[in-house]
Design a protein around this ligand. Structure first.
Ligand code: PEP
Ligand code: MN
Length: 340
């Protein structure tokens, strides 16, 4: 359940309540809005709920107590109705800005990474993406440059000032990846890797959680809840397409999910039309659709020579195509009240 405090509740009253909740053995999470504090209470037994609602509602500094029936609580809309806004090295994610993360699927060499980083920066992207630890359906394909790739990403950040995002696939790599990255990326294949999710919850860096390719929206939000339950609330959701019967596209980009997440959660929601379509010719149109639907950001793959890319070439935009996308998305962002 969540306890919504009166706007005038004092810090002492809040602390008294938190101490009481802890003494009862419940988990406590605080969401401090501009106007009021919301206290998320985890672990109240079903049979006690009604009595607890009455008890807490009787407190003079409590405005309302809301039992939460959904299987996710901390990432649900009610816990932070004003929406989560994340700040990474001065880049705002969520809260009325459109944030573009762009770069190659995979870090392949210093030259290609630095060239791409400079280009995306010049075109107005906000965050540089690039994989160093790559998941692959085949055990025989390229799995990324590992720590050398992370070092190159960090160098590209120094060069451009762009914060970086990169995937972590294994709990054993969390510390190493965290030495370099600004944002952790959890890929589609790991959305249900609960030990990795818990580990993400104990870090103090933002986490982008991609939707599992065969996961419902509710399962996805529960995966996000794993991270939040450990105390890390800086979570970015990313729709990257799901598997359907359709084979023309690599995945089916679920535009419904963008609108649904806006309704259900306070977390920023990104769109990844590169993996969502698997086809570079479709990336721009689907990007515009996602922004019009309310996405807080885009994640786009681009490569200096997509034909030669070691991974995901068919869905990677050429530099010219990326430039055009950035131009085309501006009026759409404006039309839905977002600054870019
Ligand atoms: C990626 O971003 O390159 C990637 C592997 O994404 P996903 O996990 O969505 O397939
Ligand atoms: Mn990729």
């Amino acid at each position: 359940m969540i306890i919504i405090l009166e706007p005038g509740a004092t810090p002492a009253q809040r602390e008294e309540l938190v101490a009481d909740l802890h003494a009862r053995g419940y988990g406590v999470h605080l969401s401090e809005g501009v106007e009021r504090t919301i206290v998320g209470v985890i672990g109240t037994p079903e049979r006690d709920k009604e009595g607890l609602v009455e008890q807490f509602e009787a407190l003079p500094f409590v405005e309302r107590v809301v039992p939460i029936l959904k299987p996710y609580k901390l990432v649900g809309k009610a816990f932070k109705p004003e929406g989560t806004v994340i700040n990474v090295r001065g880049v705002q994610i969520g809260g009325g800005t459109l944030c573009v993360m762009a770069g190659p699927c995979t870090v392949e060499s210093p030259e290609m990474l630095f060239e791409t980083a400079k280009m995306v920066k010049a075109q107005g992207a906000h965050v540089l993406r690039g994989g160093a630890f790559k998941p692959s359906t085949s055990p025989y394909s390229f799995h990324g440059m590992g720590e050398d790739g992370l070092k190159l990403l960090a160098e590209a950040r120094d060069m451009t000032g762009l914060p970086i995002i990169t995937e972590v696939m294994d709990t054993r790599d969390v510390e190493l990846v965290g030495k370099y990255t600004d944002i952790y990326q959890i890929g589609t294949r790991n959305m249900t890797n609960y030990s990795l999710l818990r580990e993400m919850g104990t870090t103090r860096k933002p986490v982008m959680l991609k939707r599992g390719w065969a996961s419902t929206i509710e399962e996805w939000l529960q995966a996000a809840e794993y991270i939040a339950s450990q105390g890390n609330y800086e979570i970015i959701l990313c729709e990257r397409g799901i598997r359907t019967f359709e084979t023309y596209t690599r995945n089916t980009f679920d535009i419904n999910a963008i609108a649904a997440i806006k309704e259900l959660s306070h977390l920023p929601i990104f769109a990844d039309p590169s993996h969502g379509t698997g086809k570079r010719s479709l990336v721009s149109a689907v990007s515009l659709g996602a922004v019009a639907t309310g996405a807080d950001g885009l994640m786009i793959e681009t490569h200096p020579n997509p034909e030669k890319a070691l991974k995901d070439g068919p869905q990677s935009l050429s530099f010219g195509q990326f430039e055009k996308l950035m131009q085309d998305v501006r009026p759409i962002a404006q039309a839905v009240g977002k600054t870019l």
